[in-house]
Design a protein around this ligand. Structure first.
Ligand code: AMP
Length: 172
């Protein structure tokens, strides 16, 4: 996986000063490279056999929906506020500066469905922890998380439930 780092660009001070943004878009432009990156996630889906794959808006949607389509597993979008129609369950969470919020549609899956949450990158873990709480509040059986990239120094795993699997493909 280390060899794939050359397809990840680092953009300084985006979207805010002080952040080194990991841009993985070059990977999506090369299907063979994208496939190589996703192989461990493909295995994970076959072995854990989830009922649904939840993706976090917006970059999490890319890999989550690709896997869901390939393995004929349902896809659940977890979105920023005021994007989902109908009744939603929402939760605020802390960012480094300020607050954000994620929402999920009520009754979007059957109670106790096995669900994996996927996002492009694990930083402090606040976003993923919030997504996991939403799945549980909506009645789902959260079984684990998967990320394409993990920024290990930020220790985001600490914010996630230790009973669950947390898979990341490329670590910085
Ligand atoms: P966090 O809640 O701190 O774990 O942040 C994770 C979310 O923010 C993910 O949805 C990422 O897409 C985004 N994110 C945070 N830091 C970065 C970064 N350095 N490069 C790219 N995306 C990031």
């Amino acid at each position: 996986m280390e060899n794939l780092k050359k397809y990840i660009n680092e953009i300084n001070d985006f979207p805010k000063e002080g952040i080194v943004f990991k841009d993985i878009n070059p990977i999506y432009k090369k299907p063979k490279i994208w496939n190589e990156l996703m192989l461990p996630l493909q295995k994970l889906i076959s072995t854990t056999n989830p009922d649904y794959i939840a993706g976090i808006e917006s970059r999490g949607f890319i890999s989550a929906s690709a896997l869901a389509f390939k393995y004929e597993v349902g896809f659940i979008p977890i979105r920023k506020p005021n994007k989902l129609p109908g009744k939603v369950i929402g939760l605020n969470y802390k960012l480094e500066y300020g607050e954000d919020r994620l929402e999920i549609q009520q009754n979007s899956f059957e109670k106790d469905s096995k669900i994996i949450v996927i996002d492009d990158l694990l930083a402090t873990g606040g976003t993923a922890a919030c997504a996991g709480k939403l799945i549980r509040e909506a009645g789902g059986n959260l079984i684990g998380y998967a990320f394409l990239v993990e920024l290990t120094e930020l220790k985001g795993r600490k914010n996630l439930d230790t009973n669950l699997f947390v898979e990341s493909l490329i670590q910085y």
